[in-house]
Design a protein around this ligand. Structure first.
Ligand code: AMP
Length: 430
């Protein structure tokens, strides 16, 4: 198999039975989000590069280093091509759609969720891929509809806690911070820059670069030697203006009232520029160094920065790859085996097998069929290997009489049943 083509670095195939866990997660998500009145939105994977430059921010790692972006072929020689990007995240696309379709004209707050692939050219490692999947939700709307209310923040956080609980994920931590707003952030950034001036030369090269381009990200540095320096830097909490301070206090108060535990983390900043006020991450110990299962926060100015009307909002993105990994390390999801392996025996029996399989499937029975050329022994062995619970033997006699031999593959017991009784019998035995 020389020169076989492989999946692109950082991408991977999701194979059964793992996809069963993905489906389990997505079904739980759809089910739970519905009772919080969230509706699905699907935006394109391909967007105008400017969308991410203006929202996520040109100086962020995501946009400056990790985007898959290229100039699309121009239609005529005189024209320039449009710069396109594979979306690195989905909030920007949702807010673009909100603006493009004037969704603020719809009553109340818009509550959306999405499930889909995102692309970042990061260094691949366990839990970090170049094509990965996010499950996210956004609440957005005019202030008059209540979009700035701290209760919206709590509703999202409580929904997330319920989701993780429902999935049986134990031992998660919610880390919470407020990153301020357009009023207080510039004052804090100035204080941070001033403080960094004296110490940055002793920090890692990334911090030296961030101190220039995006000083908030210095707080995110994980290099052990830099930690004592970072601990002494000014803290955003001390710079929050009165309204941000009150907002954050109210978020914590309601969160405590609904019994969602959290830890305050004054260094939590997130890697995207659009965040304001509440910022959060859920982490889990089972994930190792890439321990963030999900992250999110408010983005009260995002709509305006994309040319839309004022539309405060808040959202999160769960790393579905990591969520599935956490599940696999804790409980795991059992794969439902096929109920019946239909074994046609002899020439002409495929026709009968197809008709019978169709009827059984219509009644909700999971069926695999063999082929009329298989000997009985081979059919039974195949059925066992595939994990089918029953084998149904279908030879000429059975086809003529309408009575079938149904073999329970775990007990070996065999009974004769009429076509109409097969489904009930299979369902009755778990
Ligand atoms: P972000 O969009 O950066 O806020 O990330 C939200 C969540 O997406 C993170 O907490 C991760 O769980 C997940 N995530 C981000 N980047 C990757 C990646 N390259 N591979 C897998 N999951 C990722």
């Amino acid at each position: 198999m020389a020169n076989s083509i492989r999946a692109v670095r950082g991408t991977r195939d999701l194979l059964p039975p793992e996809t069963e866990t993905w489906n389990f997660v997505e079904a739980a998500v759809r089910d739970l989000f519905r009772v919080y009145n969230f509706q699905e939105i699907r935006t394109p994977v391909l967007e105008d590069l400017q969308l991410f430059q203006r929202s996520v921010g040109e100086e962020t790692d995501i946009v400056s280093k990790e985007m898959f972006a290229w100039e699309d072929r121009a239609r005529a020689q005189s024209e320039k091509g449009q710069w396109l990007a594979l979306r690195p995240e989905n909030t920007a696309g949702v807010v673009r759609a909100y603006i493009e379709h004037k969704l603020w004209e719809r009553p109340g707050l818009q509550r959306f969720y999405y499930i889909g692939p995102q692309f970042r050219r990061e260094r691949p490692q366990k839990g970090r891929y170049r094509q990965f999947y996010q499950i996210g939700a956004e609440v957005i709307g005019p202030s008059a509809a209540g979009s700035e209310s701290p209760s919206v923040d709590v509703e999202l956080l409580e929904m997330l806690a319920s989701l993780l609980d429902r999935l049986g994920i134990q031992g998660w931590n919610l880390n919470l911070n407020s990153v301020g707003c357009a009023n207080d952030r510039p004052i804090y950034l100035q204080a941070l820059r001033d403080a960094l001036k004296d110490v940055v030369h002793a920090m890692c090269v990334d911090c030296q670069r961030r101190a220039e381009t995006n000083p908030l990200r210095v707080l995110d540095c994980k290099v052990p030697e830099d930690q004592p320096v970072i601990e002494k830097l000014p803290r955003m909490n001390d710079y929050l203006d009165a309204s941000c301070r009150a907002h954050f206090a109210e978020v914590q108060k309601i969160l405590s009232a609904v019994s969602v535990p959290f830890t305050l983390d004054h260094r939590l900043v997130r890697g995207l520029d659009y965040y304001t006020r509440t910022a959060f991450e859920f982490t889990h110990g089972a994930l190792g160094s890439q321990n963030a299962i999900l992250g999110g926060g408010r983005y009260d100015g995002l709509s305006e920065s994309l040319g839309g009307p004022p539309a405060p909002g808040i959202g999160f993105a769960i790393g579905e790859d990591r969520l599935v990994m956490t599940l696999q390390e804790s409980a795991g999801v059992s794969v439902r085996p096929a109920d019946v392996y239909v074994a046609p025996l002899g020439a002409g029996m495929n026709v009968h097998a197809a008709k019978l399989a169709r009827e059984l499937r219509r009644q909700g029975v999971a069926v695999i069929t063999g082929d009329e050329t298989f000997k009985l022994k081979k059919s039974l062995e195949t059925a066992s290997k595939l994990g089918a619970r029953f084998a149904l033997i279908l030879g000429e006699n059975e086809a003529n009489s309408g009575q079938f031999a149904l073999k329970n593959l775990s007990t070996g017991e065999q009974v004769t049943v009429g076509a109409n009784a097969i489904a009930a019998r299979v369902k009755a035995i778990a």
